[in-house]
Design a protein around this ligand. Sequence first.
Ligand code: PLP
Length: 403
Amino acid sequence: MPLLAERTSRAVPSAIMQVAEKAKALKAAGRDIISFSIGVPNFLPGQHVYDAAIAAVKADTGQYGSNRGPDALLDSYLLHLTRNGITGYERKNVVTGMGAKFVLFNAMYAFLNEGDEVVIPTPYWTSYVDIAHILGAKISLLTCGLAQDYKLTPAQLDAAIGPETKLFIFNNPSNPTGMVYTKAEVLALAEVLKRKPNCWILSDDIYNQMVFDSVGWHHLATLAPELRDRLLILDSVSKTYGMPGWRMGFMVGPEHVAKALVALNSNHLTSAPEVVNAAAAAALRGPQDIPAQKCAEFAIKRDEVLAAFAKVPGLICPRPQGAFYAFPDISFSFGKYYGQTLIDSDVAFCNQLLETKGVACVPGIAFGEPKSLRISYTCKSTELTEGLRRMVEFCHELSATAA
Ligand code: PLP
């Protein structure tokens, strides 16, 4: 029997998708399930996006497109960057692909030889580690615990990046914690990075339009332009425009890096479908009222989540100021019982919560932090309220001894 390549055996199914699938299966079996699991924005783009897609179908050339992406799409993305205060990039600095995950895979593939070190703050978005595993990279996880609001400190970064470190991944606002770095915090990290000239920096910005409390969104590219020759920006239309299923992502960085990723595209993707390109360009160029409105709604939902968690003694949740996640520490429950069942981990907590109350959350271990869980709160308001009520009830029903 011929064998698969060794790297293929290192590919694992996404832990988040597994929880989402389990919730779906229970729902299909007739259970009353509320899913806080998968990170989908749960809204649709504006009519102008569908109009652009329909126009693209009508004007279909039936041809292969550009490996980099069509000019209209590149220009629309550059416009989006400019709106965010990031100027100075041109078409030659941009490359597109089928979603940020695809572009991220390409970038990590482009940077990391087997054994190369990648530094990843923890809690992390699962795919950073999953992709690094597939590539056989050496993964250095920096634990950013509850006491530091799940944020990386300059001292940690300084100690972690050595002369051999190839890549540092920075995600702001963060999935899974919803934390947003202040201007001073980004500046302090930038100061460290300036002293680490051998290390690529990948800034995953896909929640850049979801920032609350007027804290602002601050970027290495603007606060430390001298980093730009090593800085890659990752983005997509998935979260901002309610378009995760359309699959369009972007990377902006040094010209030669974008060129290398275009060359990779020419060997697998060739080009994204014209319809998707047109829809994504319309989203980026068109009215920006839907993302703004959704951001305001998510801030209100975040408040509801925090208010519910405040009813549970011992449950601690640093205040998320972006994205659409909350990441409470649930370790107060470890060693307690739900009925006969001992809650001895985040996985046991989430399983029991799903089994007994029909609420699906992702155990923190999926993000490298086993004392927590992630809730994605973009569902309908009625579902959010009911799901939180059940979660609080579940926590109150935990007891020190088995029933
Ligand atoms: N980066 C982060 C932090 C994410 O949370 C996600 C999706 O959940 C992605 C990248 C990938 O987004 P997409 O491939 O849908 O563009």
